[in-house]
Design a protein around this ligand. Sequence first.
Ligand SMILES: [Zn+2]
Length: 207
Amino acid sequence: MTSPIEITAAVQLLIDRVGSEYEYEIIPVQAGIATNGGRMVPGWAVWLSEFICEAEPTEAWENENGDLIAVHTPHVPVDQLMFIPDDNINPDGKHIRVSVSNNPLVDHLIALADLKDFLVPYGTVLEDGKVNFNTYTGNVYNHYDALFNNLLLFLSEGKKIGAKCYCGSMKPYSQCHGKNLPAAIEEDKKAVKKFNDALKEDEVVQE
Ligand SMILES: [Zn+2]
């Protein structure tokens, strides 16, 4: 994974999807510097991997000269970062992802990554970045995290949607683990919300 410095079709699609009224900038990364004076500017860090172009909510520091500088340690070591300032950023931490390829398997990979983002607020983020969930939500997370990792490996092997599924069933992925995946994800989202809402109500009653 890297941060793009060229505007490819996928990067442009992501910029459009973000819909910020500001232009992107390629800014230097100087993690851990003192940010006296100036101000923090909300926006998106743009990342590019083999399959996904992704915007991550973050903020950059604008010094007194008006220069933007990435001051948070990025999860991938880069010297420069594509940053899109955005005053209207949704602070829920959700990423925006677009496919870099026309392989429909990548759409499944994005749906799985989006689901993991959806689940995180139902847990507690620990210092090492891991998330503690209640048992039910944790099981859903682990289930889809495994599917994500399997699919990522499958894609890395150059597989398409009609290839034999990674699980060894000898059925095409589209008729096996890929069957109705987006619908299953939507169902599980609803179920997790319902479960956690009910849990919250129980807590209120017990207090
Ligand atoms: Zn399968």
